[in-house]
Design a protein around this ligand. Structure first.
Ligand code: FE2
Length: 353
């Protein structure tokens, strides 16, 4: 293990009457609020942009690390040569631009982004809680030169089981390049979070698009018409390098490919309070961390990848790998985001270690 040893952590069991942790957790109910920061946008619209969550110089360094990572597979991709934006010269990515495999979720540069103070702080404010765990999620590259890339068709969806209403999960992505109206990125149905329960009540008869998890709901044409007839509109979310975009999982969304000259570079990161997570979740999460596996956007590791081996044309990719190129070395603060210190405290209290 290359992580730091954690010797002291915040207790999971606050003294009765002394903790206000989580008492001001946002409700994301669509009503006006007066926080005076991004939370007002988030509560009203179901999404928000946190400008400069990562300072610009570091955002540029992370973009450089992203390109260096893709070049480092030595398949022929070179950021300076658009002709090398070819599937055979890149690590395997899906039509939405995600690199899912190769242990990318645990690369040092990805962990450095997850550990950025301005990013973590935004989620702490939403949950009114400093004790958070983070998803081991993937990265997204949307190349401007897409001649060899499959079409990225719209797949408007929510990332939350309709049978479990209410605000449960705040998703996030750190944007590393300029992202304007014609650049690739997130498209979101503004205010859709607040009408989610009504939608599912009134549209429960609608056909369900098959999904790999009940925590995904895809909108049919009829569903899209319902959103439109209730005055909701889709917006392209624009952001600068180092900005954090957050959205309620209930807010309908998808992403679009670039139509301009700029590559889209994004890293997904989602946090939730460890208090909202079960012991079994933390056990599963520790295993995922130790095996350097991904957990989707869910910090509670309810979905864990089976393998890091990328498949290319039905066969293991020649440069497939089980573990990251650069094993992560985490500070004590960032290591807490794995959930492992909290689990270890539970085990100490149970006398298991
Ligand atoms: Fe999604």
């Amino acid at each position: 293990m290359s992580t730091t040893t954690v010797t002291t952590i915040t207790s999971l069991t606050p003294t009765p009457g002394t903790s206000t942790k989580g008492q001001n957790r946002m409700t994301l109910d669509g009503k006006p609020t007066s926080y005076g920061d991004f939370r007002d946008d988030l509560n009203r619209d179901g999404y928000a942009v946190i400008k400069g969550a990562i300072p610009l110089d570091r955002a540029k360094n992370y973009a450089d690390a992203f390109y260096t990572y893709m070049e480092g597979f030595n398949l022929g991709y070179n950021r300076s040569d658009p002709e090398t934006v070819r599937r055979g010269q890149l690590p395997v990515l899906n039509e939405k631009g995600m690199i899912l495999d190769y242990g990318v979720s645990h690369e040092q540069w990805v962990w450095d982004i997850r550990g950025e103070e301005g990013v973590v702080d935004a989620f702490s404010k939403v949950y009114d809680d400093q004790d958070l765990i983070v998803s081991f999620d993937v990265v997204n590259v949307g190349f401007a030169n897409r001649v060899d890339m499959p079409e990225n068709k719209p797949w408007p969806h929510q990332d939350q089981d309709p049978s479990k209403p209410g605000f449960r999960c705040l998703q996030g992505l750190i944007n590393l390049h300029p992202c304007g109206p014609t650049d690739g990125g997130l498209i979101i149905c503004k205010g859709g979070h607040a009408l989610s329960q009504q939608f599912h009540t009134e549209m429960s008869h609608d056909e369900r698009i098959p999904a790999w998890t009940p925590e995904w709901y895809g909108f049919t044409d009829a569903g899209m018409a319902w959103l439109s007839s209730h005055g909701l509109q889709w917006e392209k979310v624009c952001a600068g390098p180092g900005d954090l975009i957050v959205w309620d999982s209930r807010t309908p969304h998808y992403n679009v490919a670039p139509r301009g000259e700029v590559d889209r570079l994004a890293v997904y990161a989602c946090y939730m309070p460890v208090r909202e997570v079960g012991r079994a979740d933390l056990v599963r999460k520790r295993e995922a961390f130790e095996c350097r596996l991904g957990t989707s956007h869910w910090p509670n590791a309810q979905h864990v990848s089976k393998t890091n081996i990328a498949m290319r044309d039905g066969k293991p990719c020649p440069v497939a790998r089980e573990r990251p190129v650069q094993e992560p070395v985490l500070s004590e603060r960032v290591f807490r985001l794995t959930g492992i210190p909290y689990l270890e405290e539970m085990e100490r209290e149970e006398g298991l270690v």
